[in-house]
Design a binder for this molecule. Structure first.
Ligand SMILES: *Cc1c(COP(=O)(O)O)cnc(C)c1O
Length: 402
């Protein structure tokens, strides 16, 4: 057996776009024996999560909590609003848009997809054209991914609302904020979003296992008009439970409640605006380094325009097989795990080794991001991959200015 590299011992750093780094305080809160689910503090903790989740989402609407991952709430949002045979419009900017479309297909919806490729945000003119052509208002909902984690494209959700309103189209606006909630600015009510879905394992800093559907009065009315809704996915009793077990339609995710309580305390102690500002600053440091590397070699940011970039995840191109070689090198040699390139090349195509992603969501700060960038610099150097010099200095300059 070979000896592990000398710089690999110490605390590992998982810099993938979810699950994200978990705060020690969250882990400590979860480290306990089984609590009573029929009486006691868990009941108050559950009730206390509701207003604090709504504060993160910037909504005065309702929230339904589910035991599940992001895919679960993709399904939950549709199960409450879209009957088989009804039509949804999916403006896709990466793999997650297509993923939500696929869930809709599985529920018997008619899916109209507008594919904007992997490097550009939604084109509001093309969406407007499609909505205008829908004179009979067959399209019941627009399923929009705020940040598509596969491409790291961030879409302008308030512009999408303005597009719907300008045409007077009544479709529900649904947003997937799985990667953006608690990272990139998102204002559910101010931006006119009717339904929003998110999981707990990205910006909310909790291990995977809980997910949420936020909905407003317009979406509740659509739910009320459904011929039937699956008992399990029905958001109504979950959002207005008469008994504790109704929040989850069964046993509560006991330990997650403690973890999420602590994570929300941390987010609100920092302040959600400050949380967004931290993610924006750290993202700018990452972009600055990547732009310098790109000047002298093959590494390239997937999204050209900073306006369209997520502050939580960065997708990068580094001709195959160097994307994978770099990930392998930093994981093996320095205890740093980077995200794989997801959905950037066709399935089975070895060119997917030419992509990788950086997760910078949740419990991260300046020294972690400088460590992430320094680790990548070491890997590029070790693998002899050409790159511009001065990347770390550029990143440090961004952080120094604050
Ligand atoms: C992570 C993610 C999902 C899927 O979440 P799972 O928990 O893996 O099911 C969906 N959409 C976006 C934008 C994501 O980032």
């Amino acid at each position: 057996m070979s000896t592990p590299p000398i710089a690999s011992f110490g605390r590992d750093y998982l810099a993938i776009p979810g699950p994200s780094v978990m705060p020690d305080a969250v882990l400590r809160a979860m480290h306990r024996g089984a609590p009573n689910i029929y009486a006691g503090e868990l009941i108050d903790i559950a009730a206390s999560l509701v207003p604090d989740l709504k504060r993160v989402a910037r909504t005065s609407g309702d929230v339904a909590m589910y035991i599940g991952n992001g895919h679960a709430v993709w399904e939950a949002a549709l199960a409450n609003t879209i009957a088989p045979g009804e039509t949804v419009l999916v403006p896709a900017t990466g793999r997650f848009g297509h993923g939500w479309a696929d869930i809709a297909l599985g529920l018997g919806a008619e899916v109209e997809t507008l594919d904007f490729g992997k490097r550009a945000p939604m084109d509001m003119d093309r969406i407007a054209e499609t909505l205008r052509a829908d004179v009979g208002h067959k399209i019941k909902a627009v399923l929009a991914v705020h940040v598509d984690t596969s491409t790291s494209i961030r879409n302008d959700i308030s512009a999408l609302r303005a597009t719907l309103d300008a045409i007077g189209h009544p479709a529900l606006l649904m947003a997937d904020c799985m990667a953006s909630l608690g990272c990139d600015r998102f204002e559910m009510d101010a931006w006119g979003v009717d339904v929003m879905v998110a999981g707990c394992q990205k910006g909310l800093m909790v291990p995977p296992g809980m997910a949420f559907v936020f909905f407003n009065a317009k979406a509740a009315a659509a739910r009320a008009a459904m011929p039937r809704v699956s008992r399990y996915w029905d958001w109504t009793p979950r959002a207005n439970p008469e008994e504790f077990f109704m929040y989850w339609n069964g046993t509560a995710p006991t330990h997650h409640l403690y973890g999420l309580r602590t994570a929300l305390d941390m987010l609100h102690a920092e302040g959600i605006e400050a949380v967004w500002a931290r993610h924006a600053l750290l993202a700018r440091a990452i972009w600055a380094a990547c732009e310098v590397w790109a000047q002298g070699g093959p590494l390239e940011l997937n999204v050209a325009d900073t306006q369209n970039r997520s502050c939580a995840v960065t997708a990068l191109r580094l001709e195959a097989p160097n994307g994978t070689a770099l990930r392998d090198w930093v994981e093996h040699n320095i205890g740093l795990t980077l995200g794989i390139g997801l959905g950037m090349a066709p399935p089975g195509d070895p060119s997917w080794h030419g992509f990788f992603r950086l997760g910078h969501m949740g419990h991260i700060n300046g020294h972690m991001i400088m460590g992430l960038l320094g680790g990548i610099e070491s890997g590029l150097m070790a693998l002899d991959i050409p790159r511009g010099s001065g990347a770390l200095e550029a990143a440090a300059g961004v952080i120094a200015k604050g």
